[in-house]
Write a protein that binds this ligand. Sequence first.
Ligand code: 4AD
Ligand code: MG
Length: 473
Amino acid sequence: MYTNVMFPLIKEILEKSSAEAQGDEVCIRGWVRTRRDMKNIVFVEVNDGSSLRGIQCTFDMEKTGIPAEMLAALGTGASVEIRGRLVPSPAQGQAVEVAASSVTLLGDASGYPLQKKRHTLEFLREMPHLRGRTNTLGAVMRVRSRLAFAVHRFFQDRGYHYLHTPVITGSDAEGAGAMFRVTTLKPADTAPAEGETTKPGTGDFFGRESFLTVSGQLEAETYAAALSRVYTFGPTFRAENSNTARHLAEFWMIEPETAFFRLKENMTLAEDFLKFCFQTILEECAGDMNFFDERIENGLIRTIRSVAESRFVHLNYTEAVGELEKAAAARTDLFEFQPHWGCDLQSEHERFLTEELVHGPVIVTDYPKEIKAFYMKMNSDGKTVRAMDVLVPRLGEIIGGSEREEDLAALEKRMAELGMGEEHYGWYLDLRRYGTVPHAGFGLGFERLVQYVTGMANIRDVIPYPRAAGQLY
Ligand code: 4AD
Ligand code: MG
């Protein structure tokens, strides 16, 4: 059945068998992809974005009596409403086509910049408002939508509550200082008068400095200490000036936080979660996934299926660095940054671990405390923390998480070392004062997940309107 009998989606028509569909009187609406003329017949392929596939509509000029000028206006990009009857199609790859009896041109598109030839992704990035009408971007956004829904399904089915954490915040959750300031002051108002110093944020909207959030984690922890299991899924902002194929200034993050979980359970949750997303997309987006497999990355489906059925390898940081050092000693030109205990893992190190050592996802744990955030649970060695990063081939880090320091004294000590005051983080310490419990969580960059399953090389091509340093369309 069509979801709307009057105006079926093209996908719904194409999903019916030929025998079922034949004879249906339909009205389709969409955008012209191509038009071909052959003698008295005009073939128009229309796509409505419901799937990758368009439907062919044929106009017999003699029979329908539609004027030639009318049909001539049906160029690529034009929006149309076409009525007709479904008939068996002689064309390859589709059971039926529309033998059109009438057409309404809703909007012509002369000068439309996206012609039939294949455009590069760089060219398409210049027109984010139109690129959704291409095969590639259309497929990406459909997969993105299904993935978002799968995220909710996974957590809701496991007793997690969806928590909306604030976008505007006063705290730097990651302590990394890569925050966008939010202010209503004019630049001139914020400059202190000569010889004077002003407290940051004085006279501003909130009476103190405020920023766009880099993570909803700290607030999620407060609700994990109330509802036991919560997850966030919202926009996140980072003013990192990194112009890479895996960083955005505005991205979406999913952050589950679970009371009573230790690192091990957190690792299992992350692995189950990723596999659920992979499985779901293979089942529910077969058409689009075939497209990515053929056009974007050969063997993609096989890889994702095998990862969904594999067990993730676990390595602790010390073991991982040992492997990197061994490899670097054997091949001196292998890395730009020479690995050593204490260094932050560079993207090239992460890729070596997943692509060359493990040949699949790997979870690295127990990093040195100096390179991780203040809230992570200290190990008994006093040097490493219960951190976990999930690394995957092509991308490196896809998930970052940890067990949290639930001990008040230990957390206070660490925060004092880092110069973080009670003034702004007292509420966070209260969690450790009143009914503290072990807890753990992680963050998944949603765009990195979309990148991984679609095989898209650049993160700017998996979000409708990418925001990155120097780029705001
Ligand atoms: O490792 P990160 O910084 O961890 C956190 O923010 C923790 N608060 C998460 C938690 O424990 N609740 O970021 C988590 C993930 C990364 O693994 C990466 O996938 C993604 O967020 N990410 C980005 N994605 C796109 N662009 C950026 N600039 C990103 N920065 C991080
Ligand atoms: Mg991280």
